[in-house]
Design a protein around this ligand. Structure first.
Ligand SMILES: [Zn+2]
Length: 321
């Protein structure tokens, strides 16, 4: 039936050679190219509400693309919004409320900063102090990958956060400063939300990997984020995006809770296209990421044609287990 696209940062490229989070950002001109191409193709650009209508009601003949942007970075307002507004494209922004509240921990950026600014990084892994040499760019990439993989492998969100807090304290990286520097304020979000093209969706309070916290905490993260957005922007979000969104951070338990809380849709980062069968899995919808490492239209054409994700999913249409 269509595709939900995932974007994070949209901004002009930086020159630094060490950019381990680069896959999460695309150039404004690439977004413009993609939107122009979609407008030329026989594809409807629709809001999450319209996608929900198509999934639950009569399905339309034409395929759709739904654009979603995670995290509420300021570059959404500065770079993505002017392009999407110009082409009259509806889009959704999923906001973790601790980011505009300036209490969020963008831990993947803190890790990047620690590795970027130091030639050697020491930290406690399983109770043992370990040292990593990272003077050159190649070493930095390698060490970032190792540490990122280790953090993601930890069993609980609390272990991950405390390891990153230790690193940030030890190497004087101001974890709180990333919110102020990179994320929209409530005022900026309100100016965006005022445009009917824009849907504000929930993305938890603290951007936690929900599957790695107890059920009560997972439920409260989803529910509280919706209440805080309603209190701040005057509208209760009907749509949710699971932070990180892969199977280690959102699974059947989270899909059930989102549905119990009454979210109309919830999206993962599991790659895939939307099929009619997804009407029975509205809180476990797959998306396709516009990846910063592959900013060429031909990749997008291949992804939207569905063959790549069909292979990824072993030709199962629904992957919600
Ligand atoms: Zn996110």
């Amino acid at each position: 039936m269509g595709v939900i696209l995932t974007l994070h940062h949209v901004r002009p490229p930086r020159l630094d050679r060490f950019q381990p989070n680069r896959l999460l950002e695309i150039r404004p001109s690439f977004l413009d190219d993609v939107v122009r191409w979609l407008r030329r193709s026989c594809i409807d650009l629709v809001s999450l509400d319209e996608m929900h209508r198509r999934l639950t009601g009569q399905s339309a003949a034409r395929r759709f693309v739904c654009i979603t942007i995670d995290d509420g970075y300021r570059d959404t307002l500065q770079w993505a919004y002017p392009i999407l507004r110009q082409h009259r494209v509806p889009f959704a922004v999923y906001v973790p409320t601790s980011f505009p509240d300036r209490l969020g921990e963008l831990w993947w950026l803190a890790l990047e900063a620690v590795v970027a600014r130091n030639d050697r990084v020491r930290l406690l892994i399983e109770g043992r102090e370990q040292a990593f040499q990272c003077a050159g760019v190649a070493e930095k990439r390698h060490v970032f990958e190792q540490l990122y993989g280790w953090l993601r492998s930890l069993g609980t969100e609390e272990q991950l956060r405390s390891a990153v807090r230790d690193l940030a304290t030890r190497y004087r990286v101001d974890l709180a400063a990333f919110c102020e520097e990179l994320c929209m304020s409530w005022g900026e979000l309100a100016s965006l939300a005022a445009n009917p093209l824009v849907t504000i969706g929930a993305h938890t309070v603290n951007h936690v990997m929900l599957a790695k916290v107890p059920e009560k905490a997972a439920r409260s993260e989803m529910e509280m984020s919706r209440l805080v957005i309603e209190a701040s922007l005057g509208r209760r979000p009907d749509h949710l995006s699971y932070p990180v969104g892969d199977p280690t951070s959102a699974g059947p338990r989270e899909f059930r809770i989102a549905s119990e809380l009454g979210f109309l849709t919830a999206v993962t980062t599991r790659p895939g296209m939307i099929f009619p069968e997804h009407r029975d899995h509205l809180t476990a919808l797959p998306r396709i990421s516009l990846n910063g490492e592959h900013q060429q239209l031909r990749y997008v054409r291949v992804l939207l044609a569905g063959a790549a994700t069909a292979m990824w999913n072993g030709f199962r249409r629904v992957n919600a287990a």
